[in-house]
Structures are given as structure tokens and as C-alpha cells.
Write a protein that binds this ligand. Structure first.
Ligand SMILES: NC(=O)c1ccc[n+]([C@@H]2O[C@H](COP(=O)([O-])OP(=O)(O)OC[C@H]3O[C@@H](n4cnc5c(N)ncnc54)[C@H](O)[C@@H]3O)[C@@H](O)[C@H]2O)c1
Length: 271
């Protein structure tokens, strides 16, 4: 399935770690739709992951960057434009990590050094990416920047821990920076709020198996897969969504507007 929606467009894709990553699927779909891009990830993730396979498949260059480092981001944005031969049309921020989750610190007993580091990686990095793009005038008019988020920003999911707070901050950045990027450069900034998805980051959440099954039963259309998220992102990068900006866009099979489903009621009904 290819509509060549991104023919001639250039961009940067953050966060493809392995073939389960949402960013991996997005890179494959963007390539099929005619887009060219630079792949990037933190240096340590590049050593651990299999990104070179994806780079070969999508004829793209890999440029390492720790998304918390302004120096790395400056270098990335400069080099990406050189490699791709011009300004950028799309950027995907697909980055998340909580040290509190990883080290098993309960939300009520946060280690604040971990909190600060996780916030820098998962939320503030989005502001840093936007600031570097903005200051260097690196985006073409009607370009599109997308970051991935989760509904724990609006509603409580106990085991999502401090990532809930990080996602709330991330979504706010899309609105606040989206105003200036829209007004001054005609660039869109949005977040896509995705269903639970079995990736390295997703499976790091305690009780993920029960959680993803519950979401599947609650969503009238079922959970959205990583590939479906990639397709939605392609639409958001395309010229067909030019006036969509500063939005948090739910991509979750209807979960976010469902009070309860028949399947869930049935599971609790005594015969
Ligand atoms: N999997 C889910 O259930 C789900 C649901 C909704 C939203 N999301 C979001 O989707 C995005 C992508 O996650 P995923 O599920 O594909 O998992 P993933 O583990 O494949 O991707 C997370 C990526 O973040 C990168 N990263 C971590 N620290 C970094 C740093 N300092 N600099 C640059 N990159 C860094 C990792 O290397 C990895 O590639 C995240 O923002 C995540 O919160 C995931």
C-alpha cells in the first residue's frame, strides 16, 4: 500500500531501537511513501539495537544523538540537512524512558534524580528538538513534527509511574511550541496518543500483558498496532493534514471515549 504521500519530503526519525519500535515501523512506511530521512538514536541504543538493518532497507543514514544533549541535536539537524540536501519537512520524536520504572521505584517513593533524568529524556528532549529546529530555521513551511504519547497524561494508570507526568509535559510542549512554530514558520506540532503496544518501552510497564488485553476489550475497534500508528503518522506528515496543529490526537481504537464495554461488563457479571 503506497500513495506516495511523502514523495520528495525529507525528515528525521528518532527512536527506532528494534523492529518492534513504533519508529521502526514508521521509517518503513515513510520510505514506502517516498520520503527520505536520517535515523537517529542515543549512542548506547545504536550499539545495542539493530538500526543498521533498517538503514539499509530504507536507504537512510544513521546519525547518533542523545536527545538530551543540545550539542548532539545541533549536530544532527545540521548534518541531516546536508545528507538529505535541504530543509526538513517532518520529524518524529519517538523517545521515552523512566528510570523510576526501570529501577522499580514506586510512584509514591520516587527517586528525584531518576525523575529528573527521565523527564529530560522523555519530555524536555521534545522542547530541545523543537528549539534546535526553530532556531536553525531547519523546517520547510507546512512541515510537521509529531511526538508519541500515552493517555496516562489525562487519566491515571497506576503502574505508568512518572511517565504519566512526563507525557502531560510533552503534550503541553506541543501546544506551547506549536503556537510559535505555527505563527512564525507555518510548521505543525502535534502529539499522537497511541494504544498500548508491545515494544521494549511498552513491555517495561508493570502488568503490561493484562493491561494491553484490557485495552483491547475496552476499545470498540481494538488496540491500534505499531504499523497503524506508523500509518497515522504518515498522514500527519503529509500535505493532507496541513491545518492540524497543537493537538493531542488519540489513536486508540476508541478507548479514550469509552466508559465501559460489553466485554468488560460481562467479565464482572455474576451468572
Ligand atoms: N509501547 C507503548 O505501549 C506506547 C504507547 C503509547 C506511547 N508510546 C510512546 O512511543 C514512543 C516510542 O516507544 P516504543 O514503544 O516504540 O518503544 P522503544 O523502546 O522501541 O522506543 C523508545 C526509544 O527511545 C530511545 N531513547 C531512550 N533514551 C534516549 C535518549 N537519551 N536519546 C535518544 N533516544 C533515546 C530508545 O533508544 C528507544 O529507541 C515513546 O515515546 C513511548 O512512550 C508507547
Amino acid at each position: 500500500m503506497s500513495y506516495q504521500l511523502l514523495k520528495g519530503k525529507r525528515g528525521i526519525i528518532f527512536g527506532a531501537l528494534d523492529e518492534n519500535s513504533i519508529a521502526w515501523k514508521t521509517a518503513e512506511r515513510v520510505y514506502e511513501e517516498g520520503g527520505s530521512f536520517v535515523l537517529t538514536n542515543a549512542p548506547i541504543a545504536l550499539r545495542m539495537g539493530t538500526i543498521n538493518t533498517l538503514a539499509e532497507k530504507t536507504k537512510s543514514t544513521v546519525i547518533p544523538a542523545d536527545a538530551t544533549s543540545m550539542e548532539d541535536l545541533e549536530n544532527l539537524v545540521k548534518q541531516a540537512q546536508e545528507v538529505l540536501g535541504g530543509k526538513l519537512d517532518f520529524v518524529l520524536h519517538s523517545i521515552g524512558m523512566s528510570l523510576n520504572v526501570r529501577k522499580g521505584c514506586h510512584y509514591t517513593e520516587e527517586n528525584y534524580e531518576f525523575t529528573a533524568k527521565g523527564w529530560d529524556i522523555s519530555a524536555l528532549s521534545f522542547h530541545k528538538v523543537l528549539q534546535v529546529l526553530y532556531k536553525n530555521d531547519a523546517m520547510n513551511e507546512w512541515g510537521s513534527v509529531v511526538a508519541l504519547t500515552y493517555m496516562a497524561a489525562q487519566r491515571t494508570f497506576p503502574d505508568y509511574n512518572d511517565m504519566a507526568d512526563n507525557k502531560a509535559y510533552l503534550e503541553s510542549i506541543a501546544r506551547s511550541f506549536g503556537y510559535f512554530f505555527g505563527k512564525n514558520k507555518k510548521v505543525r506540532v502535534n502529539t499522537i496518543s497511541q494504544s498500548p503496544t508491545p515494544t521494549t518501552a511498552g513491555k517495561g510497564v508493570k502488568g503490561f500483558d493484562g493491561f494491553i488485553t484490557y485495552a483491547e476489550k475496552m476499545s470498540p475497534l481494538g488496540n491500534a498496532t505499531a504499523l497503524e500508528c506508523a500509518n497515522y503518522t504518515v498522514a500527519m506528515f503529509s500535505d493532507l493534514t496541513r491545518k492540524v496543529t497543537m493537538q493531542n490526537l488519540f489513536h486508540d481504537g476508541g478507548f479514550s471515549n469509552t466508559g465501559v464495554s460489553q466485554e468488560v461488563i460481562s467479565a464482572f457479571t455474576k451468572e
